[in-house]
Every structure is written in C-alpha cells, then in structure tokens.
Design a protein around this ligand. Sequence first.
Ligand code: GUN
Length: 286
Amino acid sequence: MSARILEGKVFAQAFREDAQKKAAALREQYGVQPGLAVIIVGSNPASQVYVRNKHKSCEALGIYSEVIEMPETTTKDELIAKIDALNADSKIHGILVQLPLPEQIAAHESEILERIRPEKDVDGFHPVNVGRLVTGQPGLVPCTPFGCLRMLELAGIPIDGQRAVIIGRSNIVGKPMLHLLLGKNATVTICHSHTKDLPAVTREADILVAAVGRPNFVTADMVKPGATVIDVGINRIAPKKLVGDVDFEAVKDVAGAITPVPGGVGLLTVAMLMENVVRAAEMQLQ
Ligand code: GUN
C-alpha cells in the first residue's frame, strides 16, 4: 500500500491563514502591526531569493517588513550596531540575520545572533530561546522543526507515547525537534554519524525524521511499515534536481505517511516564520 503524502503546501497554507488572522486581531485589538526586519549581508544568490520570499510573504499576510541590505564588506561592529537599532525599534517585533554570513564575520556568528533580543529572535537561535525550549517554557522555536511538529498535529498523527527517531543532531533541526517531540510525550532518540546499526534504531520509529543532508540516505529497509517519515533534507543533485534525505519512491511503499521533496517540509519554514513574527508581537504586548 502506498503512503499518505503529506503535502507541504496544504499545511503551509493553513499556517499562513492562522498567522494572517492573528496579525489582523493584533491590529484590531491593540493597534499593533507585527513587523519583521531581515538583514542580508552581501549578495549570496540563494539568500537573496529566500529573503525576497520572506518579504513577499509578510506583505501578503499584513505583516510589516523591512529588508536591510548591507555590503559584503560589513564589519561585525557595523552589523551589531544595526541589530541594536532594530532591538530598540518598536515597529519591529522580529529580527532575522540571514545565514550564511560572509567569510570575514562568519567566525562571529554566535556573538552576532546573541545580540538579537530573545523576544525578537524569530529564528529561535538565541541561547535564551534554546534554554526555554529545553525547559518547556514558552519562547520562540526554530521555524523548520516547529513546522514539522505543527504539521504532525494538524495531520492527526499521534505523538504521545510514540517512538520518534531523528537522524541528524544539528542545532537548527535535530536538537530542537528532539525537544518539541519530547514536549509532546514521544520517546525520542537522536542518531548521528557515530550511531551503531542505524537501521535497527530507525526501524523502531513510529515517527522518523531525516535531517542529515545526504541524498536518498533513508532506504526502505530502515523504515517500520506504517511509520510517518518526515524528510527535512534538501539536496541538489543536478542543476535543476532537488532530492531529500529519503529514497521517496521506495519508502512510500512502506511508510504510512511521508513528506515529498520538493513540496514538503521546505514550504513550511517561511510559513512558520510568519507565525513566529506574530507570536513575537503577541509576547511583546505583555
Ligand atoms: N539561511 C538558511 N536557512 C536559514 C534560517 O532558517 N534562518 C536564517 N537566519 N538563515 C537561514
């Protein structure tokens, strides 16, 4: 039997509608329009596309948006001064510094991201927000894993008491995903490059999340029949060919539900960013 396909566009649309409604409620009840500032340093072509998408998405949902373009040669101090100004700007509820940063400041990435006020950190990368997630307090959560969790919930896939296995231990996906699923009472395992007998571990998963960055890494023999498989990987294997971390064609005949690539989790990230900007504005009312 073929798996249920979890289409990213369906879930992203639901998240966008939710963010739009909440943004309208903030305007009507408090006279506050949620605002996002995205800083892009240099001219990385992929980053320029992502930033444009974020700006367009804000405009479509009634969220104020500023894109701040800084030259490739920007120093750490200049970037920090810009962040400080946005931290103090009451029109701006969310600040995002687009990554990767150019070489001369990339080494200072942590210091730069930690300069963003935690209440405005819509990427959820600040150690204060990481700490809040780990300790189960309300805070801002990285967009991609948050989108995966919300998709599971909206799809009606049980999490409580289920075995979840995550392949990949990144700070942006794997580790926050662990805490989000744990917070919903799943029993969670993280696997990585040193894990012994990986297929034996992944075959125990009711929910399997792949975030390794290796094309077609998860094969059908690694998946328990009926499991939900979430593919966070986006791997370019030819100029116009993107594939995930999961061998979709083979795994869809074993899994109960599966996200495609493209057209899956990738579409959730910007939608969840919109949700985070609205949540940030709500939190700043208090
Ligand atoms: N570059 C690629 N993905 C992301 C993201 O989620 N946040 C930021 N700040 N930069 C990125």
